[in-house]
Design a protein around this ligand. Structure first.
Ligand code: PLP
Length: 285
């Protein structure tokens, strides 16, 4: 069955879902995106994703064409139309299609809003049991990584380098410290059981899963330090893991071919994954 997508007010078969070649998302990457997980046919932590969407569009002075309430209704309708039980809903809003290609914002343009879904068994992903390998690459992105912009070429190149090295993710390095993964937040658990993840700033995307995991860990009295860490600190750590809407909590078992601890998923990582899944199920809408 051809999946159903949403394009500017209409639900259409994915193969017929089209936008103009003059769309500013296509010409300038002048747009914002969000990805929410779906479990049991329901949206996971979606309020957090919509709040980040609103912040991101605000930072580039782009007005959403629909209210957040309506956007969530559309997400839900798309899930229902695709009979999606487990997977992802992708949404993108761009500044729209003008009559030509002017860099400055054209006046009176209606933003483009598109959504589509993909099937993914997030809970039973084999990599959650085996863990994933990561490589490191220089972080060559711009200075506003807190905005969830569709300009992802640096991450495309980073993740392609990872794929070519047989790894699932690239950890990006700036000034000798890990910023984050190409499409995930990075965590380590130190030998004295402190959970470390970089603090939010313009240098990283404020991950929704990161935020939830930090809160869930705090509620369980785990010690947390929000600060940068280096690759050598990660290699000397007890455990390492990545978080994102499409991975939840995913063990990282090697970095640049060197094992983290014994090269197996850590006990705390596995526990945090279970806790996150419980939270995701209990709060999904
Ligand atoms: N960091 C980057 C650069 C990302 O692209 C993503 C997700 O795509 C994340 C972190 C994780 O964010 P979230 O947990 O909201 O999916």
């Amino acid at each position: 069955m051809d999946p159903i997508a949403y394009v500017n007010g209409s639900f259409v078969p994915l193969s017929e879902a089209k936008v103009s070649i003059l769309d500013r998302g296509f010409l300038f990457a002048d747009g914002i995106y969000e990805v929410s997980a779906v479990l049991d046919g329901k949206l996971v932590d979606n309020a957090s994703h919509l709040a980040r969407l609103q912040r991101s569009v605000g930072e580039i002075s782009l007005e959403l064409p629909e209210s957040l309430e309506r956007i969530e209704e559309i997400q839900k309708e798309l899930i229902a139309r695709n009979k999606l039980e487990s997977g992802l809903v992708y949404l993108e809003v761009t500044r729209g299609a003008d009559k030509g290609r002017d860099f400055a914002f054209p006046k009176g343009l209606k933003p483009t809003l598109i959504m589509f879904t993909s099937v993914k068994d997030i809970i039973n992903a084999p990599s959650a049991r085996t863990g994933i390998a990561v490589i490191t690459v220089p972080d060559i992105r711009w200075e506003r990584r807190d905005i969830k912009s569709v300009a992802l070429l640096a991450q495309v190149l980073a993740k392609q380098a990872a794929a070519e090295a047989g790894a699932a993710e690239a950890w990006m390095i700036e000034d000798g410290m890990v910023t984050e993964g190409g499409s995930s937040s990075a965590f380590i658990l130190t030998q004295d059981n402190v959970l470390v993840t970089r603090h939010n700033s313009n240098e990283i995307l404020p991950g929704c899963t990161r935020k939830a995991v930090v809160k869930l860990a705090q509620e369980r009295q785990l010690r947390i330090e929000e600060r940068p860490f280096s690759v050598s600190e990660a290699l000397a750590a007890k455990e390492a893991f990545a978080t994102s809407a499409s991975l939840f909590v995913q063990p990282v078992v090697s970095i640049d071919g060197k094992p983290v601890a014994d090269g197996k998923p850590g006990a705390m990582t596995n526990r945090l994954r279970e806790i996150y899944i419980e939270f995701a199920r209990a709060t999904a809408v």
